[in-house]
Design a protein around this ligand. Structure first.
Ligand code: ATP
Ligand code: MG
Length: 425
């Protein structure tokens, strides 16, 4: 016999007992996005490799070492998407979505990165993200941050911290970059291998290093804030003002960076201290230069992406408090006649009560074994139909989770009874 085949390392199954939590998260997030007028855009999960090289950039972790790239049967180089923005921009250009119009869009789905798997870091993971095209902000920067705050409210997540920063324009960054390289070169002996490599190619990314040994060096580095021009300063001040206006607290973190030329001004992250090292659950920023860089007409843009697995991990901590609805009823059916009648009755109930969540027992078995299944299903009540009940035209109603009286209800009154007693509470 062959060895059992297992899932690929860093890629996980979503098991049935977990799916309700995921649905709660996805539905809540979608409601918020709907409420702000964002519409979904679905793109393929595979794109030409060139798209990611040109958008994410050759000298990033993602493109340098994390992409799942392969040749297809035509000899084209294709890549499993490592993030969602590139595909959105590609689709937007291809379908003319950026011509003289504002687009508020969102996307969701699996992303793929060949990283070292650990808690909160997987090789296939899920993101939900949103992007706004055609608005230069800062009003829309504020909107998109408020939108993310409403996610946390809707999900009941507290204790997330908003960090913001500004990256200025690419001209301002060029001046800053020189100063940063000068400073880091003076301390070259303290840099690690990764940082030494980036010193040439992408020095701003060094500020984002996760190596604790570099912490002090990075803290004392020159700050981009001191190199901003008037417009960038005004943009950032308006952003801060807007967040103050709505009473949303934030921390200005001058080390919050994205290392790519097309980023502009606003960047933000939502972080938690409850997930260890992988504490960023949502990361976003303005990327005014990207559409142009990919061959579209210059279009201002801002967006963010959330790590769904990390949010699910946070929700798991408070699973008991979540409004996750389980089964209402499990119908226990004793004997052939009851089994036949039960399937008919169940269909009638479903017609009358579209919100009803019920499992009808199949497969026969003793009363005891059926009851065990009812209990394990976590339904609120068992509906019991046996020969005796059938004869009298009633059904037994037995609460399984609450201290409530067991009773019998006439079959003709059952729908009304379930509606008032169990479905409207
Ligand atoms: P990190 O610094 O943690 O590597 P990143 O800068 O690579 O994050 P982004 O590309 O900005 O992350 O992705 C947005 C969000 O997606 C992250 O904040 C995180 O919540 C989630 N995410 C990114 N990579 C992974 C992964 N490998 N596994 C699970 N979630 C991830
Ligand atoms: Mg990463």
């Amino acid at each position: 016999m062959g060895k059992n085949i297992q899932a690929i390392r860093g890629m996980h199954d979503l098991l049935p007992e977990q799916s309700a939590l995921w649905h709660f998260l996805e539905d809540s997030v979608r409601d918020v996005l709907d409420g702000y007028g964002y519409r979904e855009l679905r793109t393929p999960i595979i794109e030409f490799t060139e798209l990611f090289k040109r958008s994410i950039g050759e000298v990033t972790d993602i493109v340098e070492k994390e992409m799942y790239t392969f040749e297809d049967r035509n000899g084209d180089s294709l890549t499993l998407r490592p993030e969602g923005t590139a595909g959105c921009v590609r689709a937007g250009i291809e379908h003319g979505l950026f011509y003289n119009q504002v687009q508020r869009i969102w996307y969701r789905g699996p992303m793929f990165r060949h990283e070292r798997p650990q808690k909160g870091r997987y090789r296939q993971f899920n993101q939900i993200g949103a992007e706004v095209y055609g608005l230069a902000g800062p009003d829309v920067d504020i909107e998109i941050i408020l939108l993310t705050r409403r996610f946390w409210r809707q999900l009941g997540l507290k204790d997330l911290e908003l960090q913001i920063n500004t990256l200025g324009t690419s001209e301002e960054r060029a001046v800053y970059r020189e100063q940063l390289v000068r400073y880091l070169t003076e301390h070259k002996d303290k840099l690690d291998e990764d940082s030494l490599r980036r010193l040439e190619s992408n020095p701003l990314r060094i500020l984002d290093s996760k190596n604790p040994d570099l912490k002090e060096l990075i803290a004392a580095a020159p700050s981009l804030m001191d190199y901003l021009g008037e417009e960038s300063k005004a943009h950032f001040e308006a952003l801060c003002q807007g967040l103050d206006d709505v009473g949303l607290p934030y921390v200005v973190n001058p080390r919050l960076v994205r290392g790519l030329d097309y980023y502009a001004r606003t960047v933000f992250e939502w972080v938690t201290d409850q997930l260890g090292a992988q504490g960023t659950v949502c990361a976003g920023g303005r990327y005014d230069g990207l559409i142009d860089q990919l061959g579209g007409k210059p279009t201002p843009a801002i967006g963010f992406a959330m790590g769904v697995e990390r949010l699910v991990a946070l929700l798991e901590e408070q699973r008991d408090q979540l409004p996750i609805k389980g089964l209402d009823a499990y119908m226990v059916l004793m004997g052939d006649a009851a089994q036949r009648r039960g399937l008919v009755l169940a269909e009638q109930l479903r017609d009358q009560l579209p919100q009803l969540r019920m499992v009808t027992h199949c497969g026969g078995g003793s009363f005891k074994s059926q009851f065990k299944k009812a209990d394990r299903s976590e339904a609120r009540i068992a509906l019991v139909l046996g020969e005796d009940e059938l004869e009298r035209g009633v059904i037994g109603v037995k609460p399984l989770r609450e201290e409530r009286e067991q009773c019998e209800v006439a079959l003709t009154d059952l729908a009304e009874f379930l509606k008032t007693e169990y479905l409207t509470a």
